[in-house]
Design a protein around this ligand. Structure first.
Ligand SMILES: Cc1cc2nc3c(=O)[nH]c(=O)nc-3n(C[C@H](O)[C@H](O)[C@H](O)COP(=O)(O)OP(=O)(O)OC[C@H]3O[C@@H](n4cnc5c(N)ncnc54)[C@H](O)[C@@H]3O)c2cc1C
Length: 187
């Protein structure tokens, strides 16, 4: 959210510092509501901790979506991800488990978001990265940005390149680093 600050307004920081500003960008965060899970004795650690099948620490109790902290199939790291599509697909995966159809949740995290006339797609998950390699033109709204960590593509952001996002998603889910490398090196 961008806030236009009118004349003679100051931003007050918690340490008492006062800053003058012409434009302020506000990042509004959210927090998982885990009180009920905690009261029920489920394991909670930055979200309700689940295994690859989205099972909590209690038998027959599953958690999905923003509130769940699950092992990311690509990195193996426990993550909690706030994307619509992740919540939907995890719901489907949990339903499969409940029906005894099984299978771990292995989808690559994905979201899309629209900002006026710009629609961006993000696939994968990178909380930190060594570098970002950009292909195409950011100015022209036609690019793919590859977040590289430890020599591997951890996440890809695209604008105007939906097919690159889809190929990246498929490669991540297949664990196909060579295909991701080819996408990163393409013009
Ligand atoms: C401003 C904003 C913009 C976003 N934009 C995007 C975007 O562009 N793309 C994207 O992919 N994602 C976006 N997201 C994230 C997306 O909204 C979430 O990832 C998604 O809604 C998660 O679904 P969920 O079902 O896990 O949780 P929620 O949609 O939060 O649903 C949880 C529900 O549980 C209810 N609840 C909580 N505690 C209890 C309780 N004790 N008893 C009963 N009910 C309870 C809540 O009231 C809520 O209705 C955005 C989120 C926000 C806040």
């Amino acid at each position: 959210m961008a806030v236009k600050v009118t004349e003679n307004l100051w931003i007050g920081l918690s340490d008492g510092t006062r800053l003058a500003a012409g434009l302020v960008v506000v990042g509004v965060g959210v927090a998982p509501r885990v009180e009920l899970a905690q009261a029920a004795g489920l394991r909670v650690d930055n979200g309700i901790v689940v295994d690859a099948s989205l099972r909590t620490s209690a038998p027959d109790v599953y958690a999905v979506g923003d509130v769940a902290r699950f092992p990311d199939a690509r990195s193996g790291a426990p993550v909690r991800i706030e994307h619509f599509v992740v919540a939907e697909r995890q719901g489907q995966a949990a339903a499969r488990s409940l029906l005894g159809l099984g299978g771990a949740y292995r989808d690559a995290p994905f979201f899309w978001s629209q900002h006026y006339d710009v629609t961006l797609r993000y696939v994968g998950h990178a909380e930190r990265w060594d570098r970002i390699d950009t292909r195409g033109s950011v100015g022209a709204g036609d690019f793919g940005a590859f977040f590289v960590q430890g020599g591997r593509v951890a996440a890809v952001v695209t604008v105007g390149r939906d097919l690159v996002a889809l190929h990246a998603e498929r490669a991540m889910e297949a664990g196909d680093d060579a295909a991701l490398e080819a996408l990163r090196q393409a013009p």
